[in-house]
Write a protein that binds this ligand. Structure first.
Ligand code: PMP
Length: 365
């Protein structure tokens, strides 16, 4: 290290690196499939492509408040448009929440942010970057949040708890009863963020709907995205829904122009054709059920999943399985020593995944 070279903040060297899912290396004679980023395998709807094609207003800045989209979302979700704050993906919206409500205070004391672990890998990065302390509460053995332990981890320094439902990468949802009990058990000045990136894939009637919690409890914030069910991951559009008491503060440090006009128009078109979007989601859910049944048939035990992915608890075989899948032109996401997350993709991709599992010598125990 050069003593006089510019240096990043020391805290950053202690944070994990975000490992984006990679496409598979090409294998001669095989079509490659990317099942490593929980993307929607289907191309955007024709109406969405029409909305973004040939735009001539690219030399103008977008509407910084994404007002048309917020109004459309307000109508769709039956919430006031002013309670919606858009961001560059739901990760952008979450970053804005953390930077506003969690960090290091003037006296040096760090706010604490509690979340389950393992969960979405960006959480430790955005919490640490904000300057706050991450408090990671291990998942239960079946991949669900340990809400009792999470409630016990809340103290006077806690400003935010993040609940991820369905949980990335394990798949289970939180129920309405569980979340309601949890929210009632934490102090009203602790914000409860419910990350619902995969909400459209849920078919469990007991699953919590974050919007119901937001309507009942002023400290609840809901995060949603156009990246998954709507298949617009590349365009970076997500949003939070919260009461004005929270939203007014979020707008203060919003990244100006985080959502481009192209992204906003695509999201608007997708919402306008949401029935078609949900038909596609139905087909992905059917594929999920086929994959889950196929794994069960092989005797592979996996956590219940309500998202567009499955979790293989492969532990020491996680990396080996991912390499094995790679040799069959399928990229999946390994978490070394823990497990492998496999997105639900095209029918042929899912069939190849099941075939790979059938031939893999070390099934999850
Ligand atoms: N939350 C969860 C639980 C996720 O899995 C993801 C994407 N992998 C995100 C948020 C962020 O998605 P985006 O920023 O594309 O909306």
């Amino acid at each position: 290290q050069q003593a006089h070279a510019v240096q990043p903040r020391p805290v950053l060297s202690r944070l994990p690196k975000y490992a984006a899912g990679k496409p598979p290396a090409p294998i001669e004679g095989l079509i490659s499939y990317k099942l490593s980023s929980n993307e929607n395998p289907l191309p955007p709807l024709p109406a969405v492509l029409d909305a973004v094609r040939g735009r001539e207003d690219l030399f103008r800045y977008p509407d910084p408040l994404s007002t048309r989209l917020r109004v459309a979302l307000g109508r769709y979700l039956d919430v006031p448009a002013d309670d919606v704050v858009t961001g560059a993906g739901s990760l952008g919206a979450l970053t804005q929440i953390l930077n506003t409500f969690a960090g290091q205070n003037e006296d040096g004391v760090q706010d604490e942010v509690v979340y389950a672990w393992r969960s979405f890998e960006a959480y430790p990065i955005v919490v640490g970057t904000a300057g706050a302390r991450a408090v990671e509460v291990p998942l239960l053995a079946d991949g669900r949040h340990d809400l009792a332990a999470m409630a016990a981890a809340v103290n006077e320094r806690t400003t935010i708890v993040v609940l991820c439902t369905p949980n990335n990468p394990t798949g289970p949802v939180l129920t309405t009863a569980e979340v309601e009990e949890f929210v009632q058990s934490v102090p009203a000045n602790v914000m409860v963020v419910i990350d619902e990136a995969y909400t459209e894939f849920i078919r469990d009637d007991d699953a919590v709907n974050g919007l119901e919690m937001y309507r009942k409890y002023p400290n609840v914030v809901v995060l949603r995205t156009f990246s998954k069910a709507h298949g617009l991951a590349n365009l970076r559009v997500g949003y939070s829904v919260s009461r004005p008491e929270i939203t007014q503060h979020l707008r203060v440090i919003a990244t100006p122009f985080a959502v481009s006009t192209v992204a906003e128009e695509a999201a608007l078109a997708s919402l306008e054709h949401v029935d078609d979007v949900l038909v596609r989601v139905d087909s992905l859910v059917a594929e999920r059920e086929r994959v889950v049944a196929g794994l069960q048939e092989l005797g592979w035990e996996i956590p219940t999943t309500q998202a567009n992915f499955v979790w293989l608890n492969l532990r020491e075989h996680a990396v080996g399985f991912a390499e094995y899948a790679g040799r069959h032109a399928l990229s999946v996401r390994a978490f070394a020593g823990e497990g492998v997350r496999v997105s639900i993709g095209e029918v042929e991709a899912n069939t190849r995944f099941l075939e790979i599992c059938r031939n893999y010598p070390n099934p999850p125990r």
